[in-house]
Write a protein that binds this ligand. Sequence first.
Ligand code: DGY
Length: 328
Amino acid sequence: MSKPRIFITRSIFPEVIERLRGHFEVECNPSDEVMAPQELAAALRDKQGVYCTPTERMSAEIIAACPDLKAICNMAVGHNNIDLDAATRAGIMVTNTPDVLNETTADFAWALLLATARRVTESEHWLRAGKWDKWRIDTLLGVDVHGSTLGIIGMGRIGQAIARRSMGFDMQVIYHNRSRLSPELEAKANQARLVGKEELLRSADHVILTLPYTAESHHTIGAAELALMKPTATLVNIARGGIVDDAALIDALHAGRIAGAGIDVFENEPRFHPGFLGLSNVVLTPHLGSASAPTRKAMANCAADNLIAALTAGTPPNILNPQVQKKG
Ligand code: DGY
């Protein structure tokens, strides 16, 4: 019996490709360039499975052009690059890679929080520019993290991992989420307390965004929300571009309406608003939340596990649309 045919959209770890070859006829994008939609549709037309990353838009049009497709396996926990409704209507299983990246992404949120609050990258640029002539009482003063109030918007598994780390900093945690955590999970998340979004923005000294990008979460933080924050507050976005209105954030940072921001994800990335570059009170990183070597390998293997299970048994472990199982 011939093996199912799959397509891998970007360069991934060679050992993961080898694993997949054990189960499938594998075709790979020969370069690591993001494929144009027509190219992608052409590559997927005769495939049963696609192993994709957040850079591919698996749109309703592409899905409609690929009648043989049975599984779309994303190498990411976020899946706003995939039209889940269109895939579900077409009977295509969609999977993501939850859990394996929680701790690494939480570490990175903390890296951005600390770097923003204590002005780490700004200080380094200042030093490298030869501006350090002597110690002064007021050089590059930051804001404190320890003993402050941390506000987390989006209290899923990554949000909870961020909250747990705040115990060592003797912080209070408040959170805003669609639903309340169980008392056990709230206790583990440093006694986190559910509050409304407005209260969170007014009370938090540091706000971290970890919610998924959807039509509802578009511009969760815009000019009105930034105006509610304390002038000494910081904002960290490790979730997705589009959750923050970048132009409004740039205005707020420029005007000193908040103390600083740590931003890992951008509207229209990898392009980003040029206004960020003129600001010293922002730490900018290129979508690195999950980017440790062990975690990227775990994500790559998790996506492979999903694809193997989807096309061999029809029951992938991390299915996002369980109403679709075992097509064909
Ligand atoms: C995810 O898994 O959603 C990350 O943002 C990709 O690095």
